[in-house]
Write a protein that binds this ligand. Structure first.
Ligand SMILES: *Cc1c(COP(=O)(O)O)cnc(C)c1O
Length: 361
C-alpha cells in the first residue's frame, strides 16, 4: 500500500495536514460551534415534501443559477438586496474557496488577523495563494490602527475579517471594518471579505457589515446556514456583494455546484426562518451562563459575541480537554496556549459541561 509520500502530489501540499476537528461519538458534543438543537418537526416535514418533489425531477440538472434560493437569501438578509447581490455554495467554506479562486491564486496574497478561522490559511494553501497572518492585539482585539498598518505593510489582494472572530469570539466594530476597506482600497485595490458566520448571535443586530455594502463594490460579506440556522449537515453558505463580484465567482464555480436537493432543502428552511432561528435567544443565554460560571471558577474568559466561549487560565489545556472527554464532554483545543473553546449547547448540555469542568478543576 502506498503512503502520501509515494505519490506525485504538488510540492506545496507535501507534509500538510487536512482540517481535522475530532468527530467522536460522545454524549455532549460542543466542539465545532454547531447549533445543538434539532430543527422543528414541522419544518422537517416541509423540507421532506420539497425534497420529494425534487426527486421527481432529478433526471435533470438543477437550476445552475439557483434563482429561487438566492431570492430567499436576499429576502432573509434584507437591506434591499436583490438576487444579483447573492451567491451561495456548499457551505461558506466553498464560498471562500470561490473567492480565493477568483481573487487569489499564485502571485497573490491573502491576509487575516490571527488567531482566526483555520480554514483561511488552508484555502490559501489549496489555491496557491500566499498567506499572511498578522497577530491581534491584547486579548485578541482589533483596532482600526492595527488593521490599517497590517494591510498597508503587507499589501494583500484579499483581506479576511472574521466578525465575530472564530476561535476567540471577539466582535469587530464597523469602524474597524471601514478602516480595513479603506486600507485595502488604498494599497492594492483588493477585496475585503467579512466572514459573519455567527452574525445572528450578535448582541447588536445593527452591527452587520451589510450596513456598509452600498457603494463598496469590493466588500464581500459571507454568511452560513450552518450555525444559527441549525443546518450544518445540509452544507449551505452564502455571500452578499456587488453583482460584479457574483459574476466573478461564476467564472470559477463548477456548473450545477448546488444540487437540486440542497436548493430545495435550503429554500424550505428559509421559508421558516423565524422557526429555524427560534433557539438563538436560548443559545445566547446559555453562552452568557457559560461566561458567568467560568468567571466564577476563576477562569479568564474572553469577550464573545458568538455561540461559543474561549477561556484561558488553564495550566495544562490538553489535560483539561482530555479530562472533560473522559466525562463525555467534547470541546475544542484550538492550539492557543492555556485556553479551550466551548460551544453553547442546550441547557442540559451546558449544565453537563459546567458540572464536568468544575469537577476537573
Ligand atoms: C463555522 C464557520 C464557517 C461555516 O462553514 P460552513 O462551510 O458554512 O459550514 C465559516 N466561517 C467561520 C469563521 C466559521 O466558524
Amino acid at each position: 500500500m502506498a503512503t502520501l509520500d509515494d505519490l506525485p502530489i504538488r510540492d506545496d501540499l507535501k507534509g500538510q495536514k487536512p482540517y481535522g476537528a475530532p468527530q467522536l461519538e460522545v454524549p455532549v458534543s460542543l466542539n465545532v460551534n454547531e447549533n445543538t438543537h434539532r430543527i422543528p418537526e414541522t419544518v422537517a416535514v416541509d423540507i421532506i415534501s420539497r425534497l420529494a418533489a425534487a426527486v421527481l425531477n432529478v433526471n435533470r440538472y438543477p437550476d445552475r443559477e439557483f434563482h429561487a434560493l438566492r431570492a430567499a437569501l436576499a429576502n432573509y438578509l434584507g437591506f434591499d438586496l436583490a438576487v444579483a447581490n447573492i451567491w451561495a455554495a456548499n457551505g461558506s467554506n466553498e464560498v471562500l474557496q470561490h473567492i480565493f479562486q477568483a481573487f487569489g491564486g499564485p502571485g497573490r496574497k491573502a491576509l487575516s488577523f490571527t488567531p482566526t478561522y483555520s480554514m483561511y490559511s488552508l484555502i490559501a494553501q489549496g489555491t496557491g495563494t500566499e498567506w499572511v497572518g498578522v497577530p491581534r492585539a491584547d486579548r485578541f482585539e482589533l483596532t482600526a490602527d492595527l488593521v490599517r498598518e497590517g494591510i498597508l505593510e503587507n499589501k494583500p489582494d484579499i483581506v479576511l475579517l472574521c466578525s465575530p472572530n472564530n476561535p476567540t469570539g471577539t466582535p469587530v466594530s464597523l469602524t474597524v471594518i471601514e478602516a480595513a476597506y479603506q486600507a485595502v482600497s488604498e494599497s492594492t485595490g483588493g477585496i475585503l471579505v467579512v466572514d459573519e458566520a455567527y452574525a445572528e448571535f450578535a448582541s447588536d443586530p445593527t452591527g452587520s457589515a451589510l450596513e456598509l455594502l452600498a457603494g463598496r463594490e469590493r466588500l464581500l460579506i459571507s454568511r452560513t446556514m450552518s450555525k444559527a440556522f441549525a443546518f450544518a449537515g445540509a452544507r449551505v453558505g452564502y455571500l452578499a456583494a456587488d453583482p460584479a463580484v457574483v459574476d466573478a465567482l461564476r467564472l470559477v464555480r463548477l456548473p450545477y455546484h448546488l444540487s437540486a436537493f440542497t436548493q430545495a432543502a435550503a429554500e424550505a428552511a428559509l421559508a421558516h426562518s423565524s422557526e429555524m432561528l427560534a433557539m438563538v435567544d436560548d443559545i445566547k443565554s446559555q453562552r452568557d451562563r457559560i461566561v458567568f460560571e467560568l468567571k466564577r471558577l476563576g477562569l479568564d474568559v474572553y469577550r464573545t459575541d458568538s455561540n461559543f466561549v474561549l477561556f484561558g487560565g488553564l495550566a495544562d489545556a490538553a489535560q483539561v480537554w482530555q479530562a472533560l472527554l473522559d466525562r463525555g464532554v467534547l470541546i475544542r483545543n484550538v492550539g492557543i496556549d492555556g485556553t479551550l473553546r466551548v460551544s453553547a449547547g442546550t441547557e442540559a448540555e451546558t449544565t453537563a459541561f459546567l458540572k464536568a469542568i468544575a469537577e476537573v478543576l
